[in-house]
Design a protein around this ligand. Structure first.
Ligand SMILES: [Ca+2]
Length: 334
């Protein structure tokens, strides 16, 4: 029992409200504030870890600004400290803090302060704060969205398959593919096997079009052609992308019910399933490219992380994209 209570106490640090997100390079910055609007430094580290990322380490000006912004100018934890050597600030990945953005007369180790915060005194400026202080935090989480540019496979239909734009679209769909979304010549020339090297070769692809013309690409770039013209075309398989989970975390009272929906896109249409500790969860409602985790009458054994996996097959290989849901259980008192 004591063990359970300690576990619940430590987990409660991990629950927090997502306040804002922003894309930065290949990752997402997420600003959270804790259950009581606050979390100690160690709790912020734990929470970001649970979300599949880390407490953000703004090692350069661009990231620092992005973090200051996403935190909406609030004073929040960032992932660095001098816990392991007074005055020798290191990021949590054990690299030395080189580029710095200290507010004037900081760090000052006031009453033994060791843990770094941003937006102290002024936008983007840092302070060493007391590690047991309570505040919000920003996690950096690698994008779990498969980039169609990186994880797709193109198939070219030429010669006798040359057909209208609409027919090309239908043929791709019937093969569980989509008409390719290619917007640059570099991708066409380096990533599409089997294209005609001659400069006049033009293919149907899917991009913005007006009423009378449909999208094409050639070695000269993207263009349009009359939709009924007979042209070769390019279909595309795409690994699961745009995975989204309706809730990333929840804290529930014992006995309550909750549903979490996970959905994703992909070509072919991905299978979406919920797992817990790598085991398929029985209580889920499966749909096309989505699945709803059904949590009925929860008890203390249901707490922990649930993983939603969207899977399809691209070029004969299984591709999976994951999303996470974290469940906490509170004991009803009184
Ligand atoms: Ca300080």
């Amino acid at each position: 029992m004591i063990r359970t209570l300690i576990l619940l106490c430590s987990l409660s640090l991990a629950f927090s409200a997502l306040k804002k997100t922003a894309q930065f390079r290949d990752s997402t910055l997420k600003y959270y504030i804790g259950q009581q609007d606050t979390t100690i430094f160690a709790g912020a580290i734990l929470s970001c870890h649970h979300k599949g990322g880390w407490l953000v380490m703004p090692k350069d000006k661009n990231l620092n600004e992005a973090v200051a912004n996403v935190a909406q100018k609030n004073r929040v934890w960032i992932g660095g400290s001098d816990i392991f050597g007074e005055g020798a600030f290191r990021w949590n990945d054990d690299t030395i803090v080189e580029w710095a953005s200290w507010y004037s007369s900081q760090p000052d180790d006031h009453h033994g302060q060791d843990c770094m915060v941003i937006n102290h005194g002024s936008f983007g400026m840092w302070d060493d704060g007391g590690c047991e202080g309570q505040t919000g935090y920003v996690c950096q989480i690698p994008n779990n969205k498969a980039s169609p540019q990186e994880r797709s496979k193109f198939t070219v239909f030429t010669g006798q398959n040359a057909t209208s734009y609409f027919q090309a679209k239908t043929i791709c769909q019937n093969r569980r593919l989509r008409l390719a979304q290619i917007e640059d010549v570099n991708t066409l020339e380096h990533r599409v096997p089997g294209i005609d090297d001659s400069s006049f070769a033009e293919y149907w692809v899917s991009h913005q079009q007006d009423v009378d013309s449909c999208g094409t690409i050639s070695h000269y770039g993207i263009s349009n052609a009359g939709c009924l013209q007979a042209l070769p075309f390019i279909c595309e398989q795409v690994a699961p992308y745009d995975l989204s989970v309706s809730d990333e975390e929840a804290t529930l009272e014992i006995g309550s019910n909750f549903n979490v929906e996970c959905s994703a896109s992909g070509f072919p249409t991905p299978e979406v399933k919920w797992y817990r500790n790598d085991v398929y969860v029985e209580h889920q409602k499966r749909g096309v490219a989505k699945s709803t985790l059904v949590l009925d009458n929860v008890n203390s054994e249901d707490d922990g992380m649930y993983v939603c996996k969207a899977t399809n097959e691209v070029d004969g290989e299984r591709s999976t994209t994951e999303g996470y849901f974290w469940l906490g259980i509170t004991i009803i008192t009184g």
